[in-house]
Design a binder for this molecule. Structure first.
Ligand code: CTP
Ligand code: MG
Length: 292
């Protein structure tokens, strides 16, 4: 643990008792950024002259609770990624770079393989969320240190969400007198989950290392054909408990050009007001009837 990291005390789980407690962050940056559509991988796209992966690494390091970072990179780009992350003056923790896999799940597994015996806590964070704050990183690690072995940040959702079947239904026949309807694909709705119980989850997600390793081992067979979109899902598949802590707007994932504009806005806001930006979940807030 770094000298300037907070001293963890009450409620610590059994892994705290060894005295040698370190936190490793796996920073996933091996995606190609197809939906962004640039001619370089998304993690290397710059905001204010700094690549997304570097923005993310800076905030992990600034949290004071991350001891080292492993970046998963697109095959062939290890030295480029090392240049922009490991040599950045504001990333003040050791950085290693590893080739990612064909899917995010495979990339995380490649990073996890580099965790050392002293790395009791593992964070998994997307370079595509460049402005997730240091306060959010601390909140997630704190919850793991408090004994929650799988922790995800989440925010209440504003839209009502429907579950649909993936049946690719043929277009409905045109009602008589209205002319041809064209090729409208209609998906049958199965259910409408209670919105107050839904959370849109973000990264960094934090785990007891042994639990995350068990989850990835158990799911290794599906890493390419049916990969998980987040790590907590793999822990849930083991039947183990995952908890949600307050996420934040600034942890938005950059997927499209529009998100780049939004992320830039959050970055500017954070510069002006470096408060913790937490979006509370649970309790009266989530059940509030204000927007019914
Ligand atoms: N990622 C990864 N290895 C992969 C695929 C994705 O490390 N094989 C990382 C991405 O770099 C990103 C995070 O996982 O930081 C979330 O993925 P996503 O937002 O889907 O990014 P991309 O896969 O790069 O984008 P797209 O799906 O549009 O191609
Ligand atoms: Mg992707």
């Amino acid at each position: 643990m770094r000298d300037d990291a907070p001293a963890w005390t009450a409620g610590a789980s059994s892994f705290m008792q060894s005295g040698l407690v370190t936190t490793i962050a796996i920073l996933t940056a091996a995606g190609s950024g197809t939906r962004l559509g640039r001619d370089i991988p998304k993690a290397l796209v710059e905001i204010d002259g700094v690549p997304l992966v570097t923005h993310a690494a800076r905030r992990l390091a600034a949290s004071g609770v991350v001891d080292s970072i492993v970046v998963t990179c697109p095959p062939g780009l290890a030295s480029v990624v090392a240049d922009v992350v490991a040599r950045d003056a504001l990333v003040g923790v050791p950085v290693r770079v590893v080739d990612g896999g064909a899917t995010r799940q495979a990339s995380v597994a490649a990073g996890l393989a580099l965790a050392g015996p002293d790395d009791d806590v593992v964070l998994v964070h997307d370079a595509a969320r460049p402005f997730a704050s240091a306060a959010l990183v601390r909140r997630v690690v704190s919850a793991v240190r408090d004994g929650h072995r799988a922790v995800v940040p989440g925010v209440p959702v504003v839209d009502t969400i429907k579950t649909v079947t993936d049946a690719d239904l043929p277009p409905a026949p045109a009602p008589s007198g209205t002319g041809a309807m064209g090729a409208v694909v209609a998906e049958p709705v199965i259910s409408t989950p209670q919105r107050a119980q839904l959370r849109a989850v973000q990264t960094p997600q934090g785990f007891d290392r042994a639990l995350l390793e068990r989850a990835h081992d158990a799911a290794a067979h599906r890493a390419v054909d049916a990969p998980a979109t987040d790590d907590a899902g793999l822990v849930e598949a083991l039947g183990e408990r995952v908890v949600v802590v307050a996420g934040e707007d600034a942890a938005l994932k950059v997927t499209t050009e529009r998100d780049l504009v939004l992320a830039t806005l959050y970055a500017r806001q954070a510069e002006k007001d470096p408060g913790d930006g937490a979006r509370p979940v649970g309790g009266a807030h989530a059940r509030s009837g204000a927007d019914r």
